[in-house]
Design a protein around this ligand. Sequence first.
Ligand SMILES: [Fe+2]
Ligand SMILES: [Fe+2]
Length: 295
Amino acid sequence: MHGKVSAMPQRALRLFQLSDIHFGLEDTRAIAWAKECIVRERPDAVVITGDLTMRARHREFRAACNWINALDVPVTVEVGNHDIPYFNLYQRFFAPYDRFRAIEKLVETELDLPGLAIVPLRTTTRAQYQRFPWSNGWVTDKALAECLAAIDAHPEGTRILVAAHHPLTERRERDGKLLTINGTRAMEALAGRKVMGVLSGHIHDPFDLTVQTAAGPLRMIGAGTLSKRIRSTPPSFNEIVIDGDGLRVEARNLEHVATPDMQIGGVPENALPPRERGEPVAPVGTVPLADPPVH
Ligand SMILES: [Fe+2]
Ligand SMILES: [Fe+2]
């Protein structure tokens, strides 16, 4: 769903990127604060990059949909691996998005702001014949084609941000482990179209990295989590300011940690705390000893 992007604006645009709220294991203090910031500051849009729930349970979706529907600004929502039914296999395969019905219009929806389009890229799949478990990303040919077609529908020079759940990095740096299937091809295609950045979640620590692809540089911006399932940083969300061709990211958090101390320097496999040597850790190093229990 997309329309025409209007002429280049004079004023800067401000987005809040929220991610991995994981209703069921949400940090109540952090989400109350995030909502207060949205109400008070009225960003031009809120981009939620997936993992709304912990186990895709009905009660978790109800809480997520109520929270999101109360936001009085444009919102787009990506689907995370935790949002596909986990216990009900029939639903997982045949109606995986049923539980989103209350926010249906916001899911994987393009947002057109003055001079800027936020285009969804689906990275979450119901199953992956390549491996098990299926929690990591896969940019299918169809998902990539849909994203590129949406980008190409805009006049050249339109500023584009892509919103996905999984970071697109295909291989983990330290040992080459497969992360997002088809990620390299997706990154090249997006770099070739000169997108301003790819927004993602999934790993629960923020980052702002520019990677070199065969088609040029690509900026990858990750948001932290607003859940209790923290990795190496306190709960946070990204404030993104787009001013002309410039884009600034601040990893806002209740602990007043400066953004450079919040951001990790590489893309790990997932949201598990880095208890293995060589996993990226943010300078603030808020690493929990154990994950909180899931009920
Ligand atoms: Fe997550
Ligand atoms: Fe995830």
